[in-house]
Design a binder for this molecule. Sequence first.
Ligand code: GLC
Length: 679
Amino acid sequence: MTDKFIFGRPLDTEAVILGGLEPADAALLEKFFHMSEKEIEGGEGLLFTCKMEREDIVYGLGENVRGINKRGWIYESKCSDDPFHREDTRSLYGAHNFLIVAGGRKSFGVFVDHPGKIVFDVGYTKLEELVISIPDKNVCLYIIEAGSPEEIVKEFRELVGSSYIPPKWAFGYGQSRWSYMTEDEVREVAARHRENGIPLDSIYLDIDYMERYKDFTVNEERFPDLQGLVEEMKAQGIHLVPIIDAGVKIEEGYEVYEEGVEKGYFCRTQDGRNFVAGVWPGRVHFPDMLKEDARRWFGGKYKFLLDKGIDGFWNDMNEPAIFYSEERLQEVFEEIEEYKNKNLDIQSFFAFKDIVAGLNNNENDYTRFYHEYHGEKIRHDRVHNLYGFNMTKAAGEAFEELCPDKRILMYSRSSYIGMHRYGGIWMGDNLSWWSHLLLNIRMLPSLNMCGFLYTGADIGGFGADTTEDLMLRWLEFGIFTPLMRNHSAMGTRRQEIYRFENTEAFRNIIGLRYGFLPYIYSEFMKASLSDGMYCKPLSFVYPQDEQAKRVEDQLMIGESVMIAPVYEQNADGRYVYLPESMKMVRFRSLRDREEIVLEKGHHYIDVALEEVVLFIRRNHILPVAEEGGQCVEEVDFKNLTLLSFADEETQYIYYDDDGYGKDYKNTGNYTVLKVSPEK
Ligand code: GLC
């Protein structure tokens, strides 16, 4: 049951698509939260307080730091371009305001549908209190009650609509780098994978494929024939995926800029000038993605690349990231001047340092520009979290119009709930740290709860230098994430896997992904089509098991499999908790595997650096392809080997389709697979 509570005059974020919900009686809310009005950040705001029981678990909040259980920290909903995902980070790139309080006396979900800043204090100030504070009095809140966390998620997802479905090839392995600079470099990446027998389905084009970082242009010196390259790569089963950034470079003669200015499509300052910010290209304007005609216009621009045969994109810098605003930059130059003749002491030195350090993503800058949203002029900070959503919506709506029968790969860095209908997300600029591998593991189910099924992190880590063992361990987990992409930043150690010594191990691990694809794709599609989850915490599947509730580093992948990734350096195994008897399968490659049945309880398992271990649930089936392949198209989705752990006749509903079209409802996409009991 979902109850909607309205305070003041909330903005319609378009996150919720389920119609016909009448506002509930405000008194009903008292069962869950005590609401009070309060001054927050110098303005009128609302505070929602909920007493938690010791045993309550708080799930959700999507893309965020810390555990699957979010208790014990304070999180902010404020899409931020922050590459240092530390334990004390409060907000990352997305704003996913959905959480579940599960356990104790009551279980319920709450979705705070509000596009400005929100603070979720989940037992930070007081261990047993959940406090949601919003510096605004216009808010819409949904409370969802259902029998279990899983049912709460399902009901929530019915409220916000079904998750985006990418083309099947997007489940293949992707290789990215900031940046592959030339056509030849792209060719080399493709060739080295193919020579080494390492499967690959996509190569990413980061900002340097553009002419001076201008969206919807191609640098013709470096990429003289992009269309030709796209075809050449497709003939090898490889798709090129270019990046699109939010800011449009200010440059005379650049069509996108000139058209945007002429038609009034850019965000404006209070006094009506086009707002100027600095990002990769230097000074840019931000298209007003919230304004319908501007959004349509920007979306239409993707045609430039679609016409070259491109069928996948990643949208970036759409929090939007701001290196500086024109105004702030001028202020900084003036402020610095004052320090010129100072004796920089303890206070003044740090103040001086902070002036420049505080230039990018400066909170104040987000109050300097305005949107036109549903015909109303609104200051950016009030709708901040909708920007990335609407950039991706621009693309999604355009794809629907330009190629209605074809799936296009799309994922974004910034997001808000609702955007999950138009694209996936990647988890932003992580680092080549073991702790970020663990963070990746924990974020996956939280994102699934919020509707972001097509997701994954930069495998191997984006910033900082990776190591061969981190790369192996990360891939061993990454083969289970729907988006499986190796990406790294300029200036860091190269991490295309053919650069490491142990090619065979890498080939086998990525080969396993391709072998598991029938299952991964089937489970992803079933989750998406039924508003379910592809990846769950153990407690969602074993709600009666008190131990399972506390497990933070094992996950359920689809209905048949549990994984327990190794995420510590130099570990050659780990402790695992089995909530029931399961069959452990240890893979060195698709064919080289061994199986052993383990009893319910705690185990220590050995997992060598080159191995992937997974657990098949009792009376469940894991269908794997008999043959992998060099790309998704080569994978045999029809002739399957059924790995299973069955002590009774067991069946699995297998979903498969052509992977490009949208005929999802066709009953022919489903097959029942059966195995007989093992002796
Ligand atoms: C941002 C993106 C990253 C990309 C870089 C250059 O940091 O998050 O993935 O490589 O910009 O475009």
